[in-house]
Design a protein around this ligand. Structure first.
Ligand code: ATP
Ligand code: FE
Length: 356
């Protein structure tokens, strides 16, 4: 089974070919990602209209390149999978239209994939992880725990009630005059800093459950910065490093504690081979990865973090989710719609339009 996948839900245009022969491990034959960071840089964030136009311009080329790198023509492809949401509607529409064009022109089956399912199923592509496993999805746009029970069966245990951690890192970097994306910049500064100098809050730890809140942390950082500026007119390198270290430690602490709770809920179901996997760009953070490893080890769950290229937005995960859906007999028609919002534990695309 060989599937072409397309991704265009945010600011990365992707096309990939993934193949799985019966009874064998899947192979990523190609995975092309064209980023748009430079296009959006002057605006300090992703501009949806610019993103949608760039996707339209890049999609065809990405598909050609993905097929060329895989050494295959469309005649060797069994189905086209595409991110049908959630995401920026213009981008999602660009991908869905492109996939429909290919499907109409070739007669190939069309499979709509939930972008979050793509992230959540990645550990099965990379490591063949059996269901059910616990997944923490932490990126620039998302933060949630999921029990992944099947390719179309997810239970959400909790998530952020405001910002996603990546977004919080990006805003923190902005407040401190560091470059975007903020995560790597803040992490590099934090490595030089003293996390104990500033006391940042640990939001929502006093409340039960697995929900997160990160916007208060950003406000605390703003206050600490302004206090330093008022006191001595500016920030020294050490101030900046200490602020980053304190901020990152607070994020890591909160993620650690909520992960303990999510693991407890998941382990209460007595899974045969307990595993905890992480995906999303924030999984690149070494301090956060370290706490996740510690928490997993303490609970006896295997810890898994796919390679970074497969943790951030890419089309190989969409092609893979397409393979899983295809094997489960799921197909979509030409009426497949693009959904800006699409919670993972809601109806599958086949049911959309039927009232929900
Ligand atoms: P989504 O995938 O949810 O649509 P996205 O495309 O912004 O959103 P990713 O590409 O998965 O998300 O990840 C990018 C985010 O990860 C950015 O917010 C970035 O700051 C953050 N990030 C990247 N590296 C690090 C790091 N080392 N530490 C913390 N955050 C990081
Ligand atoms: Fe994503």
């Amino acid at each position: 089974l060989t599937i072409l996948g397309l991704e265009s839900s945010c600011d990365d245009t992707g096309a990939a070919v993934v193949r799985q022969r019966d009874g064998e491990a899947p192979e990523i034959l190609s995975s092309v990602v064209a980023g748009q960071t430079a296009l959006h840089a002057p605006y300090g964030g992703v501009v949806p209209e610019i993103a949608a136009r760039a996707h339209v311009e890049k999609l065809d080329h990405c598909v050609e390149q993905a097929l060329a790198e895989a050494g295959l023509g469309l005649d060797a492809i069994d189905a086209v999978a595409v991110t049908a949401g959630p995401g920026l509607i213009g981008g999602v529409l660009s991908g869905v239209m492109c996939a429909k064009g290919i499907a109409a022109g070739t007669g190939l089956p069309l499979i709509g994939v939930n972008h979050l399912a793509g992230h959540a199923l990645t550990p099965r592509l990379t490591d063949g992880l059996p269901f059910p496993y616990l997944m923490l999805l932490v990126s620039g746009g998302h933060c949630q725990f999921l029990i992944v029970r099947g390719s179309d069966d997810f239970t959400r245990l909790g998530g952020t009630i405001d910002d996603a951690p990546g977004e919080a890192f990006d805003k923190a970097a902005k407040l401190l005059g560091l470059p975007q994306p903020g995560g790597p910049a803040v992490e590099a500064e934090a490595a030089q800093g003293d996390a104990r100098r500033f006391a940042f809050p640990r939001p929502l730890l006093d409340r039960p459950g697995c929900d997160f809140s990160f916007s208060g942390l950003k406000t605390a950082l703003l206050r600490a910065r302004d206090a330093l500026v008022a006191e001595k007119g500016g920030l020294t390198r050490a101030d900046r490093a200490d602020l980053c270290a304190g901020f990152q430690a607070a994020v890591a602490d909160v993620i650690a504690e909520k992960s303990r709770r999510a693991l407890a809920l998941y382990l209460a179901e007595a899974p045969a081979a307990p595993a905890f996997a992480v995906a999303g760009g924030v999984a690149a953070n070494k301090a956060i990865r370290a706490v996740l490893e510690t928490v997993s080890a303490a609970s006896g769950a295997r810890f898994l973090a796919p390679p970074l290229k497969l943790c951030t937005d890419n089309a190989a995960m969409i092609a893979w989710a397409g393979i899983e859906r295809f094997r489960a007999g799921q197909r979509d028609g030409m009426d497949l719609s693009a959904r800006p919002r699409w919670p993972l534990d809601s109806a599958s695309p086949a049911l959309i339009g039927s009232g929900k």
